[in-house]
Design a binder for this molecule. Structure first.
Ligand code: SF4
Length: 466
């Protein structure tokens, strides 16, 4: 499943084989394609394509190159087209000072009109920026405080510019150049963009990725960028495809939008199988992403908050069986969007099943408050069932912990975590204390606690689950 968020297959380059191009895209897993207009005639063609092909959605606008020659009548036509069926974005708009086919003043004026239109229609912008970063950001900043959304297409800017764009809530999209052998600087920029804000695009017919470089691009070639992104993010190609598809569907409202299907129980990230057995947790951590969204790496993890309606051990096992041979995964992790030890009985039953089925490694990710939750020490009950435990320590003392995690158990929480870590260290082959890299946190003091307990230590990146 892939989304090409920026293509121009309405251009004459595809006159002879448009249907074949679309068939090849579908065959390569392109589920949706945002086809982007650059002037009035191409915006009309884009809308026509969207009517003809279910996978195509339309974006209408006037490219900055056309800012000076375009007329008021053209703009009024774009405004009317923007209200058309399957129009999901405004653009391609922005600034291009490389060729200066239009004056800077005209480009800036037209860009602002596009932004106003996008805000009026509550649609995302598709922004083009070439050698005009400062002016582009300055114009966008004029609209700060308003619900602006959109994407910087074919991003080629610096890490600092990426940070500014992300700070404005925008997505960032990269095209084929990310695969070029000499594009190390661009690949370093990619690494600074959270995968949750990443989009893929081809910009067809331009910018074909390796190994098609120099030839006409087409949406099917989106697959050639997947290995690069997988490597840069330390994820699998499937993960990148699923996450960026999820991002694109959310931004552009493609298809039926992000359907709130039943929450996933067993889900795959990289070659690990994760188990989501509860959404309940005695904490309310300030950094917990579940407060904002029930999605992790493109997986919907929303479960019924009613404990009686959470998945039973049988349902968890059924869900695992649906994911194929457990022995084929590097590890199986009790994690999900809540504290797994809220459901100790389910963990024990499922872990036994996983053992019998030859799981290579079974890990528990916990906030370390399982003893408090269950009203008894739990380490020994998991002995032989769990190989590895990650415990979120999150701070070096109780006061800091309470401020950061608002634990239901108040003052008792932090000492319970330390106690659990101690007994876990004596029980399980691999125990790791972790902290989230929240600014201002004394990670060194946390590291010392782990060292004294004789367990491992790691710093998790802020706002990054899975
Ligand atoms: S302990 Fe984990 S699941 Fe619970 S609120 Fe904190 S981050 Fe979220």
């Amino acid at each position: 499943m892939l989304v090409d968020t920026h293509a121009h297959i309405n251009f004459p380059d595809y006159n002879k084989d448009l249907k074949e191009v679309i068939s090849r895209a579908v065959a390569e897993g392109v589920e949706y394609l945002v086809e982007v207009g650059t002037d009035v005639p191409s915006s009309k063609r884009v809308l026509k394509l969207a009517q003809e092909f279910p996978l195509i959605y339309a974006s209408v606008g006037i490219h900055p190159h056309g800012a000076t020659p375009s007329t008021e009548k053209d703009w009024q036509e774009i405004k009317a087209l923007a209200r058309g069926h399957k129009v999901v974005a405004i653009g391609e708009t922005g600034l291009d000072y490389h060729y200066n086919y239009s004056t800077k003043e005209d480009q800036q004026r037209l860009f602002e009109r596009h932004i106003e239109l996008a805000l009026e229609l509550d649609l995302p912008l598709i922004i083009h920026n070439r050698e005009a970063t400062e002016d582009c950001l300055d114009i966008l900043k004029k609209f700060s405080g308003r619900p602006l959304k959109g994407t910087f297409h074919c991003f080629s800017g610096s890490k600092e510019t990426a940070k500014e764009c992300l700070g404005m809530g925008l997505y960032i999209s990269f095209a084929g150049p990310v695969t070029f052998p000499n594009a190390n600087r661009l690949r370093e920029v990619v690494k600074t963009v959270p995968v949750e804000r990443l989009l893929l695009e081809t910009d067809s017919p331009f910018l074909s990725p390796q190994p098609r470089r120099g030839r006409r691009n087409e949406p099917a070639y989106l697959r050639y960028v997947l290995p690069t992104f997988a490597q840069l993010y330390g994820l699998s190609e499937d993960d990148i495809a699923r996450i960026t598809t999820f991002n694109a569907i959310g931004l552009f409202g493609l298809g039926n939008g992000q359907k709130n299907q039943n929450g996933r129980i067993a889900y795959k990230i990289r070659n690990s199988l994760y188990l989501n057995i509860t959404n309940r947790c005695p904490n309310s951590c300030s950094f917990c992403p579940r407060e904002d969204s029930p999605y992790v790496k493109g997986h919907y993890l929303g479960l019924d908050p009613d404990p009686d309606k959470e998945p039973s051990a049988r349902e968890v096992i059924d869900s695992i069986e649906d994911m194929g041979d457990v022995g084929g995964y590097d590890e199986v992790v009790f994690c999900g969007y809540g504290e797994p030890t809220e459901r100790l009985g389910v963990i024990k039953t499922v872990a036994k099943f996983l053992r019998e089925k030859g799981a290579k490694k079974i890990r528990l990710n916990t906030n370390g408050q399982g003893d408090l939750i269950n009203g008894r020490p739990i380490s020994r009950e998991l002995d032989g069932l769990i190989d590895s435990i990650y415990i979120s320590l999150n701070s070096a003392n109780s006061e800091e912990y309470k401020a950061l995690c608002s634990p239901k158990y108040g003052d008792s929480a932090h000492s319970a975590i330390l106690n659990f870590a101690r007994t876990a260290g004596e029980t399980f082959p691999e125990v790791t204390l972790s902290v989230v890299g929240v600014p201002g946190l004394d990670t060194e003091a946390c590291r010392q606690i782990a060292r004294k307990l004789g367990v491992g230590f790691r710093i998790r990146s802020y706002n990054n689950l899975g």
